[in-house]
Design a protein around this ligand. Structure first.
Ligand SMILES: [Cu+2]
Length: 131
């Protein structure tokens, strides 16, 4: 009887953990109904094969527009990941040669720190702080 209780307890715990990890999936995106710009915009600039901002701050839980200003002749983009492990992509901008600007719509990010880099030059890196 004691063993049965323990087994049921473990099963309940496993179910709870599964439910938890289920809810921490990808962050909700902006407003799919209207697709209207959120009004939040942040600029990231590339110059001399580096991002000029090591860190940019965005509002948490709100979709925003990332204006990418590529001042190089070289092609760059901005790819946002959950962390520096770069295994989970959250937003990927178009790769283009500058000088020029492109705007990418980024879905809402929960408060926290995120990693971005150029996919052509992975050494070009920065941090997005959502708060
Ligand atoms: Cu690049």
């Amino acid at each position: 009887m004691k063993r049965l209780t323990l087994t049921l307890g473990l099963l309940a715990l496993a179910a709870m953990l599964a439910a938890c990890s289920g809810t921490s999936a990808a962050p909700a995106s902006g407003d799919p109904a209207t697709g209207a710009p959120s009004g939040n915009a942040v600029t990231v600039t590339a110059k001399d094969l580096a991002f000029t901002q090591a860190q940019v701050t965005v509002p948490a839980d709100e979709a925003f527009d990332l204006v990418f200003d590529n001042q190089d002749g070289a092609p760059h983009n901005v790819a946002i990941y959950t962390d520096a492990g770069a295994s989970t992509k959250l937003s990927v901008g178009e790769i283009f040669a500058g000088p020029g600007q492109k705007t990418q719509s980024v879905p809402a990010l929960a408060a926290g720190s995120y990693f971005f880099r150029c996919e052509v030059h992975p050494d070009m890196q920065g941090t997005i702080l959502a708060k």
